[in-house]
Ligand binder design. Structure first.
Ligand SMILES: *Cc1c(COP(=O)(O)O)cnc(C)c1O
Length: 225
């Protein structure tokens, strides 16, 4: 019965209650934390059911799949905001800039250059987050922590980009809390406010450590197909 429609509205109510409880426990305002509903690899019926709940912020990790999921909704859902949370190839920069409101995965100078060109061409400037490879995993995208300060300085100087914040995906099987604390430290050091961190299994911990954006997929939509 994997194709049955989970009760999307109930799942969202539950996740929002957990988000607000974690915020309250941390002495934070839950309203200040953005729930990014990660709709990658989800059937359109679940996405449409989620839209009906009033959820307006969504995350996708591939440009082409995001176009399929969202092309018909863009321009028809006031307040809709799409976040790119997966790696971006330079040859997809223009498509990404046209579709997304936030690109969370800026992680190399060549991509910054492609995005700058794409933004001029599209006449649109999505918000940017810098992805940090906090676990220094060879297979994972993101700027290495040691290179981050120079990278951000270069974004500001060369491209006049002012990133909103930092994003990370902690290594599997490691305690996420230390990665969240580390990301916050890196952001503070660079004068950045926003922190995109925390997924279905660890978003409450991320909120304790200051997440401004949590990226939640399966807890909201059910298992991916
Ligand atoms: C898929 C994905 C998520 C959501 O993961 P869940 O465990 O389903 O909540 C969050 N962030 C990124 C970068 C992802 O690729």
């Amino acid at each position: 019965m994997t194709q049955s429609l989970p009760n999307i509205a109930e799942r969202r109510t539950d996740v929002l209650a957990r988000l607000n409880a974690a915020a309250k426990a941390a002495g934070r305002d839950g309203e200040a934390i953005t729930l990014v509903a990660v709709s990658k690899q989800q059937p359109q019926a679940r996405i449409d059911a989620m839209l009906e709940t009033g959820q307006l912020v969504y995350g996708e990790n591939r440009v082409q799949e995001a176009q399929t999921h969202w092309q018909d909704h863009v321009g028809h859902v006031p307040g809709l905001r799409l976040h790119l949370i997966g790696p971006l190839q330079t040859n997809k920069a223009l498509d990404a800039v046209k579709l997304f409101d936030v690109i969370e995965t800026l992680d190399r100078p060549k991509l910054a250059a492609s995005l700058a060109t794409a933004m001029d061409k599209a006449g649109r400037r999505p918000d940017l987050f810098v992805q940090v490879n906090t676990g220094e995993e060879p297979q994972k995208a993101g700027v290495l922590p040691d290179a981050l300060d120079d990278f951000i300085a270069d974004l500001r100087k060369t491209y006049e980009f002012e990133p909103k914040g930092l994003m990370c995906i902690p290594p599997m099987g490691e305690e996420p809390a230390m990665h969240f604390a580390f990301l916050r430290q890196l952001a503070t050091r660079n004068g950045l406010d926003a922190l995109s961190m925390g997924m279905s299994h660890d978003f409450e911990t991320a909120i304790t450590f200051g997440a401004s954006h949590v990226r939640v997929g399966t807890a909201l939509f059910g298992p991916r197909g």
